[in-house]
Design a protein around this ligand. Structure first.
Ligand code: NDP
Length: 275
């Protein structure tokens, strides 16, 4: 019997998740369908209940419902608990709902496996303290990095992330003023500044020689942050398309117990989304 999955968000028409999961299913011979659901802004919980009551097996959750979804599940992974948000819902055999957050694993896998980045002993700067930054906190801190600094326009939020992450690794939070004179081996942009064509106010000299930049945002143009990284002499300037596919692969694994090969799927999306 064909098992049903979907991604729920609002808006949702732009989501690439159906394309990605269809490619995973073809590649691994899994009998699934994967739809898009436009979630109700007033009663998201009813949409989720209906989907599972009608036999749905799993949901991906995207903006703006990741935090709401967190309160709907019966059990949560530790990554989801730290994130306070989840992107994957799994219906367990007893009918209960489990929530997970695969964004952080997606980010770490893209950097390590697809691009050969070695986290060990690296000084890393995470820019932004919204849902995306919080979602990647635990897997990032568990990579063996030397130190994670979280910087945010509203410093109280980066301090809060530092408090949440302290159990998992060395972390500090600050405002942009605190970056003066500091150097980082990897700078990850988890702000939405680029969506408005803006840049977070990073000092010019904060990327160490040979350092990398990573933008969680992706699109068919080079993102403003990746352009900034190139101007700073970054050795690699990467966007978030690989993270998108890797977080989807982790959801697929949680649902189906099968790990798809992500490289051809990233390559396929890259031809449609060429920066
Ligand atoms: P939120 O709205 O939760 O947070 C936005 C963050 O950006 C806040 O830290 C905010 O700072 C900061 N910010 C916004 N504008 C500026 C600016 N002009 N200068 C400095 N900081 C700014 O958004 P999310 O965390 O959910 O998403 C962030 C980005 O990550 C989105 O673009 C999203 O598309 C992307 N993303 C990509 C994924 C992938 O798979 N590749 C997965 C998840 C997210 P403040 O707190 O001060 O307002």
């Amino acid at each position: 019997m064909t098992d049903r999955y979907a991604v729920i968000g609002n808006p949702i028409a732009h989501s690439k998740s159906p394309l990605i999961h269809a490619a995973f299913a073809r590649q691994t011979g899994q009998d699934i369908v994967y739809d898009r659901i436009l979630g109700s802004l007033t009663d998201f919980a009813a949409d989720v209940r209906r989907f599972f009551a009608e036999g749905g097996r799993g949901l991906n959750v995207t903006v703006p419902f990741k935090e709401q979804a967190y309160s709907l599940v019966d059990e949560r992974s530790e990554a989801a608990a730290v994130a306070g948000a989840l992107n994957t819902l799994i219906r367990l055999p007893d009918g209960q709902l489990r929530g997970d957050n695969t964004d952080g694993i997606g980010l770490v896998r893209d950097l390590c496996q697809n691009h050969g980045f070695t986290f060990r002993d690296q000084r890393i700067l995470l820019v932004g303290a919204g849902g995306a930054a919080r979602g990647v906190l635990k897997p990032l801190l568990e990579t063996g990095l030397a130190h994670l600094t979280v910087v945010n326009r509203t410093p109280s939020k980066s301090l809060e992330l530092a408090r949440l992450g302290a159990a998992y690794g060395p972390i500090e939070g600050m405002g942009f003023d605190g970056l003066a004179g500091r150097r980082f081996d990897l700078i990850i942009n988890a702000t939405s500044a680029g969506l408005a064509g803006e840049l977070p106010p990073l000092p010019e000299d904060c990327l160490a020689p040979g350092g990398w930049v990573y933008d969680m945002v992706y699109g068919d143009q080079v993102t403003p942050f990746c352009r900034w990284g190139r101007l700073q002499g970054a050795e690699r300037s990467l966007d978030g398309l690989g993270m998108l596919v890797e977080q989807a692969a982790e959801s697929f694994w949680l649902w189906r117990g099968v790990r798809p090969d992500t490289a051809p799927v990233i390559a396929e999306l890259r031809t449609q989304c060429k920066p």
